[in-house]
Design a protein around this ligand. Structure first.
Ligand code: SAM
Ligand code: SF4
Length: 323
């Protein structure tokens, strides 16, 4: 599938639920209104949609959310998609807050998942509780330990927040090095109404300059098909990535689209346009109608986003499309 700018669309991110057991300050309001459960696609419908995308050339699927592992029976979807690995699908992965990993890590590995992203913004218990509002650091660290024991490669994602966790990066770099994890720092994106967005925005260009005074950072060509730019950290032997959507435009190499749990396909994280795939999915058991709707959506993929930290670029929260 080629979009109007001749970018091949090979990566599908699927938000399997917009619900979550955390309320991270930069992601959600404390009193969130979630999508009505009656609007959700069933796991079987999500599988059928994913398989239609695989049939059209998608090689990588990432499950996200909300918190993907809080959706009931989500492991059955992961097992079914895992059966497509080597049959059109090259990689199946997920992004998680880690709270359910102690229970599910072994099943993920058995289904063919090889690497996961775990979000962790600090190693300090009190700061962790303040950022996630409802989270307990110990539970996440136990989950990470279980994932490591199950043989999953782990990348830690850390959202950089001015005045909140900017003193945590050195400790995270050292800890990730000791654990054998890569680390990626993420700049906040203006999605959904949340408190203190502008005050906590921290440009990563300045962070990198500061970290380079303490760590020996060498740029690498490493690519995961995502927007991160990676540096090698000599002292730990691990990679350190930076995702800077506001200060560095990465749209020219965008290979992805995002599906929500109600069957809406967002062609760009930073734009409002979306295509409804639920109606064509339910209209017929014949996948041709669905494939035509997917192709028509890809033909509308915009050139890029339009983020500006001083305003809410898109009113939907990150948990709807999963980042
Ligand atoms: N609940 C899972 C988790 O936290 O990993 C998956 C969904 S979460 C929306 C995916 C990623 O988006 C997380 O790494 C989270 O930190 C990040 N994120 C959420 N809101 C964001 C925002 N406004 N700007 C930048 N990153 C954000
Ligand atoms: Fe939940 Fe992930 Fe959003 Fe935090 S970032 S509230 S864990 S969806």
């Amino acid at each position: 599938m080629l979009d109007p700018f001749l970018r091949a669309i090979t990566y599908l991110r699927v938000s399997v639920t917009d619900r979550c057991d955390f309320r991270c300050t930069y992601c959600m309001a404390e009193d969130m209104n979630f999508l009505p459960k009656s609007d959700l696609l069933s796991l079987e419908e999500l599988e059928r949609l994913c398989c239609a995308f695989i049939g059209l050339g998608v090689r990588k699927i990432r499950l996200t959310g909300g918190e993907p592992l809080v959706r009931r029976n989500v492991i059955s979807l992961i097992e079914r998609l895992g059966e497509r690995l080597g049959h059109g699908l090259d990689e199946l992965t997920l992004t998680t807050n880690g709270t359910q990993l102690a229970a599910h890590a072994a099943a993920l590995a058995a289904a063919g998942v090889k690497r996961i992203n775990v979000s962790l913004d600090t190693l300090d218990e009190r700061t962790f509780a303040a950022i996630t509002r409802w989270g307990r650091l110990g539970k996440v660290l136990d989950g990470i330990e279980a994932a490591k024991a199950a043989g999953l490669a782990i990348k830690i994602n850390t959202v950089a927040l001015k005045g909140v966790n900017e003193d945590a990066f050195d400790q995270l770099i050292a800890w990730c090095g000791a654990q054998g994890f890569d680390l990626c720092l993420i700049e906040t994106m203006p999605m959904g109404e949340v408190m203190h967005r502008e005050e906590t925005h921290l440009p990563l260009s300045a962070v990198r300059t500061r970290l380079a005074a303490r760590w020996t950072l060498t740029p690498t060509n490493y690519q995961t098909g995502g927007p991160a730019r990676y540096w090698h950290v000599a002292e730990t032997g691990r990679r350190l990535g930076f995702i800077t959507p506001l200060s560095h435009n990465f749209c020219e190499s965008c290979n992805r689209v995002r599906l929500t749990c109600t069957g809406r396909l967002y062609m760009c994280l930073g734009q409002e346009d979306a295509a409804d795939l639920r109606a064509p999915l339910r209209a017929s058991d014949d996948d041709e109608t669905l494939r035509a709707a997917i192709r028509a959506a890809i033909a509308r993929k915009p050139k890029g986003h339009d983020f500006d930290i001083t305003r809410v670029a898109v009113p939907r929260h990150m948990s709807v499309t999963g980042g």
